[in-house]
Design a protein around this ligand. Structure first.
Ligand code: 5GP
Length: 110
């Protein structure tokens, strides 16, 4: 597969506001936020879409959900949701699996 801009963010070749990193995942603020808090959580492994996830990748999916919980707590989110766009028709623009964490902090009016 051809690599995406997210691989360059993982290698820190282009800047991003990174808010979490561990052995398996990275999370950074979306450049074009659609909510008061809009963070992208990605596996470091280059998986193009959710449809490409194999059984051996399922631990990554579990881990991404744990990272989402952690970031929701760290950002004091009162409400939040996860969105994964799959394929061009599903609105996916970057073909490196990513989870959008869209959140609304406590006392947020939006
Ligand atoms: P998709 O439409 O593929 O589900 O979402 C891709 C997301 O990546 C979009 O919300 C877009 O704003 C974000 N994005 C695209 N390029 C960059 C970038 O270079 N840096 C960051 N931080 N976000 C990006």
């Amino acid at each position: 597969m051809s690599e995406t801009i997210f691989s360059k963010i993982i290698r820190r070749e282009i800047p991003a506001q990174i808010v979490h990193e561990d052995e398996l995942t990275m999370a950074f603020h979306d450049i074009n936020p659609k909510a008061p808090v809009h963070i992208l959580i990605i596996p470091k492994k280059e998986i193009p879409t959710l449809a490409d996830v194999k059984e051996e990748d399922l631990h990554l999916i579990t881990h991404i959900h744990q990272v989402a919980q952690h970031l929701a707590q760290a950002n004091h989110l009162e409400g939040w949701k996860i969105q994964v766009n799959v394929g061009e028709k599903g609105g996916q623009e970057v073909f490196h699996l990513h989870y959008h964490l869209l959140g609304w902090p406590e006392n947020s009016d939006l």
